[in-house]
Design a protein around this ligand. Sequence first.
Ligand code: G1P
Ligand code: ZN
Length: 541
Amino acid sequence: MQVKSVPTKPVEGQKPGTSGLRKKTRQFMQPGYLENFVQAIWNAIGGVSGKTLVLGGDGRFFNDRAAQIILRMAAASGAARVIVGQGALLSTPAASNLIRQRGADGGIILSASHNPGGADADFGVKYNTANGGPAPESVTAAIHEASERLDHYLTLEAPDIDLSRPRTTGLGAMAVEVVDPVTDYATLMEKLFDFNAIRALLQGGYQLRFDAMHAVTGPYAVEILERRLGAAPGSVINATPLPDFGQGHPDPNPVWAKPLYDAIFGPDAPDFAAASDGDGDRNMILGRGIYVGPSDSLAVLAANAHLCPGYAGGVRGVARSMPTSRAVDRVAAARGWSCFATPTGWKFFGNLLDAGMITLCGEESFGTGSDHVREKDGLWAVLMWLNILAATRQSVAGLLAAHWAEFGRSWYSRHDYEAVDAAAAEALIADLRAALPDLPGQQAGALTVSEAAEFAYTDPVDGSRAERQGLEIGFVGGARTVLRLSGTGTEGATLRVYLESHEASPTGTDTQAALAPVIAAVEALAGIRARTGRDAPDVIT
Ligand code: G1P
Ligand code: ZN
């Protein structure tokens, strides 16, 4: 088989964002576009000669083609071995686990996470390092630089490899090891959680529904929840991964997983329901008649982690992204754990996890995880909830009520304004940034600003610095808001507004009503309506 050097020119904008390079699928399918980015990765990491890589994706449109292109490029550049999920499938947490279990040098994950899939939707490529986690800023910056200096890429003139069944085969001198995507991951879950207790709970008539949203977690959830834990057949719905996710938006939140959300408040509600996203790293947790916000979920998991075998030794510390609610901070304070606030994006947890400074971490964007892998992990969160519910024999609503009674309640919501004119969104942020120093003491609706600053982060492990990570405004009485622009959107700009207040003895159930003063204060300070021309957010979570 011949190695071919293909002359190429850099393409604009191959700059990895919050979570790899995410673009329209058609852009990725342009001749040379994916190849350029993959070659830039190889160049940025000092080549792949002699290395072992993990490869897989969430099964979205172009996943299979992209995997073949990457295999040929890895072989052409001298990689020793690529471990690839059967059918080129691997959930993001399973890929992270494989990299770690097999001591691989890194991995490529093909996914645009929760963004829709299809020829006219989104595609993405993410590089993970040897610790199993998303490449840190230093590496993503090097990839971007390499992409700007590219003049050729290497590929192999070879036919496609059959990825339809587990086996090891060769591509040139490189070994291609096709593995079952579920097995190693399921084994890890069995080590962390009390499967016997969960099985006993489910056998006692406890009803569970898991919505895989036609995305990658289908096969994982069927194997773990139905086969290994004995949930009734059919408990996993939308279990078959489809290239366009059944035309859906595989994002597990009350808006995009509305049928599941509605079911939990309906007459035949199951006891427990959950959903995961396109690549399996996000989760939404629901209990009969109740929605568990992701920030609360992190706090409840932390407070009860000791009930799970994998965490019986205790929690070393916790971390949350800065815009995530401070519910987990209160648990940490009560238990004497350290608690870190990091910029948005899972990569910022990597060093803290590697250094053993934290055990659990999470983001308000339906992401929770621990030191078992270096990605957030949707099914892991579902199993941890089930383990805690089995150990306490409480309902989800009962567990939350007890949590709020002990720690108070952090009212929390995120308002997203999507596909906003990019210039208008950037001007809104720039003007508010300029105004920050004058805000303290200022009246905003019924609230008074107590502090205002742009969040920057110094990594406590390697001292690296991340600037401009969101505008954070606090109000007298403890409420706060954060405004930032999304780093994962593919159209215009997405403005995210995070809202939080705290009540020691909570009453009421309406989150938006509880946050009304904060919402009004943000509008007074930032003028979102006038500047974006929008009357209301597109998505409220
Ligand atoms: C979003 C979330 C962020 C998450 C990322 C990847 O990024 O807000 O918490 O880590 O997706 O799943 P954003 O679009 O806000 O940059
Ligand atoms: Zn995801």
